[in-house]
Design a protein around this ligand. Structure first.
Ligand code: ATP
Length: 348
């Protein structure tokens, strides 16, 4: 039985449906990210788990107990929200100790738990500092320690690294992943950053307009996107709408026939990732003209104008690039790398 279950939860604000009939089962110890564009309902979903927003419909079950009507403070969850700032007039240790006092833990035990938790986030040396005396990354770690100190059944993180610069963010992601593994706490994180979701999560929940579009392990979501939305939100993709008449036949779009090993017939989207495409002189599936070439450090991004529209191709930076802007090129890829998905996106 799953540890945390969201059973058909919806949240309406007047006529507006922020979250629609969402069912999600999370296993104990799992790290799950809610990913999606701004306004898709990620935070609202997390707030319902936290108890700060009441679902219009549906139930939330934690470890077999229905907590839908339970007050936030009674749920005992660990929360790191961006708006949930540290107490500025309290030291790091007191900030971390706060929740333990609320739980009524005796002083000696509190001290020991604070020390252990600060150790966990490598902040033991800064216990007596005040939040204003810390860097952004250190403050973030205190917030994490404060949430973990109460040993919550579930840790809820809303854009926990939103305020950090790119480099620090990357470091913190790796640290958070290791920490979550060590502690083994079931974690739900809201993010709109696909790289962050992929780095940290056991499973990614991709949301769109209040609904779940796809739930999968990062690699599976990347390699088998459920449709146009998933393929272009998580990574880059070339997507063509067309049809396949029968099993095993070529996919047909705008007078072109393209191969795929996938199942599926009827009206479909054909999806091929830019890094799966190669330039070729022979056996090209498609021809075009390079309209732009962009250097991105570890790889080159090419935009190629074809009769199917602008295609994106990425090649690793293995030295000097072979083609230049204005060149006529042939494009090829393996049938096994082309995905077929329902046009609407295929909700799972
Ligand atoms: P972001 O990444 O921008 O934070 P999000 O996916 O977390 O977006 P939510 O904050 O869950 O999105 O909001 C979902 C939708 O619900 C938005 O259109 C938002 O305007 C609306 N919404 C959220 N809270 C309220 C509220 N209290 N009253 C009315 N509408 C709300």
């Amino acid at each position: 039985m799953s540890f945390l279950k969201l059973e058909g939860i919806s949240k309406h604000y007047g006529d507006f449906a922020a979250v629609v009939d969402t069912t999600l089962h999370i296993e104990k110890g799992e790290f799950v990210s809610l990913l999606g564009p701004s306004g898709c309902g990620k935070t609202t979903t997390l707030q319902m788990v936290a108890g700060f927003a009441q679902p219009t419909r549906g139930r939330i079950i934690l470890d077999g107990r229905d907590i839908t009507q339970v007050k936030p403070s009674q749920r005992g969850l660990g929360i790191v929200f961006q708006s949930y700032a540290l107490f500025p007039h309290m030291t790091v240790a007191d900030n971390v100790s706060f929740g333990l006092e609320m739980q009524g833990l005796p002083a000696a035990e509190r001290r020991q738990r604070v020390k252990a938790t600060l150790n966990l986030v490598h902040l033991e040396a800064l216990a007596e500092r005040y939040p204003r005396e810390l860097s952004g990354g250190q403050r973030q770690r205190v917030a994490l320690a404060r949430a973990l100190a109460i040993q919550p059944p579930v840790l809820l993180l809303d854009e926990p690294m939103g305020a950090l610069d790119a480099k620090l963010r990357e470091e913190m992601q790796i640290e958070l992943r290791a920490l979550q593994h060590r502690v083994g706490v079931t974690t739900i994180m809201v993010t709109h950053d696909q790289a962050e979701a992929m780095t940290l999560s056991d499973r990614v929940v991709l949301m769109n307009k209040g609904e779940i579009e796809q739930v999968d392990r990062p690699l599976d979501m990347y390699e088998r996107p459920s449709g146009r939305f998933s393929s272009t939100f998580l990574g880059k993709a070339n997507v063509f709408d067309g049809t396949r008449a029968q099993a095993g036949a070529m996919f047909e779009t705008q007078g072109h026939k393209l191969p795929s090993n996938d199942q599926g017939i009827g009206e479909l989207s054909y999806i091929v990732r830019p890094e799966k495409i190669n330039f070729t002189d022979q056996s090209a599936l498609l021809r075009g003209k390079v309209s732009a070439r962009v250097f991105l450090g570890n790889h080159w991004l090419y935009q190629v104008q074809t009769t199917l529209g602008m295609m994106q191709v990425t090649l690793p930076n293995n030295g000097l690039p072979q083609v230049a802007e204005g060149d006529d090129v042939g494009l090829s890829w393996q049938a096994e790398h082309a995905r077929l998905a329902p046009r609407a996106g295929g909700k799972r």
